[in-house]
Design a binder for this molecule. Structure first.
Ligand code: FSX
Ligand code: F3S
Length: 300
């Protein structure tokens, strides 16, 4: 490929990226209950910048929440992240490690005080002073107590960060809790819970888009979840609910007890969702679902 061909190729790639991101913004607009015309408006809000600064913390979890975002391919993760936010700290994705990185976290939280979104993935062990969850010699609890109160808002990404998730399942020997539970009522920074195990990246971008478009966080339900994503129960949106050959209620599907937008928004570039793949809903966006929704394959 000569120089001119290379440059044309690059421009073409950028065009595809732009188109796929624009399309993704249309999906986000749909998830927010907005008319399709809002897709380009969301795109412009992200493109106009400045992009919101994000410090992304990892605690007790399987990292499936980051994996869910990594698996978006249209747009790809890099475009999704770099077109929407200024990702200033993310342990899984940063090349650097060790004390250099610890310093960056503390100094960025201080220099961006009150201006950054703190994304938290994973539960926070609280028993015995938090010793069951350590990073670089510090407890996760200690790190959360230092960083979270300096944020403009906290986005608890996934069921673990929202309500404790799997690490908090009975008998929960580590005292694992979601962010709000672990940091207690003294926390004055607003928390948006985006549960799901994993959560849908569309709902994450939708939360940021709401903020960029209106200057406000989305309206929340009684469990701290945005009503645009968790306002309706799964069953009511499921295309198989009237189809006896496909409905999984008898196989234990918890769609009637679970609020989320999976059948409407779907995962992996709107390709599929659990029941489309033949698996019942296990209630992964509800508080304490490992205790309240099990056994997963029994009708209840
Ligand atoms: Fe929990 Fe997320 Fe489930 Fe896993 O970070 S919500 S176990 S998908 O990874 O926290
Ligand atoms: Fe979770 Fe049920 Fe959706 S298991 S991914 S809330 S269909």
């Amino acid at each position: 490929m000569d120089k001119r061909e290379k440059s044309n190729h690059r421009l073409q790639e950028q065009g595809i990226t732009r188109r796929s991101f624009l399309k993704f913004c249309g999906v986000v607009a749909g998830a927010l209950g907005l008319e399709p015309v809002f897709g380009p408006k969301i795109f412009e809000a992200f493109a106009a910048g400045p992009k919101p600064s994000v410090l992304w913390l990892h605690f007790a979890e399987c990292t499936g929440c980051t994996e869910a975002v990594l698996r978006t391919s249209n747009p790809g993760f890099a475009d999704l992240i770099f077109d929407t936010i200024s990702l200033d700290y993310h342990e899984t994705l940063m090349a650097a490690a060790g004390s250099t990185v610890d310093g960056i976290l503390t100094s960025t939280a201080e220099s961006h005080r009150g201006q950054f979104f703190c994304v938290v993935e994973g539960a926070i062990p609280t028993a015995e002073g938090g010793v069951y969850g350590m990073i670089g010699g510090r407890t996760m609890l200690d790190i959360a107590e230092e960083i979270c109160p300096k944020a403009k808002a906290i986005i608890a990404l996934g069921n673990c960060a929202s309500y404790g998730g799997l690490p908090a399942a009975w008998p929960n020997p580590t005292g694992a809790m979601g962010v709000e539970g672990a940091l207690g009522s003294g926390l004055s920074v607003p928390v948006v819970n985006l549960p799901g195990c994993p959560p849908n990246p569309v709902n994450f971008v939708g939360t940021l888009a709401t903020y960029l478009l209106s200057g406000k966080l989305p309206a929340l339900d009684g469990d701290g979840r945005p009503t645009f994503a968790y306002g309706k129960e799964v069953h009511g949106q499921c295309p198989y609910r009237e189809d006896k050959s496909r409905c999984l209620f008898e196989g234990g599907c918890k769609g009637k007890k679970t609020r989320n937008n999976c059948p409407s928004v779907k995962f992996n570039d709107a390709t599929s969702f659990p029941m489309q793949a033949g698996h019942p809903c296990i209630g992964c966006s509800e508080p304490d679902f490992w205790d309240t929704m099990t056994p997963f394959y029994q009708k209840s």
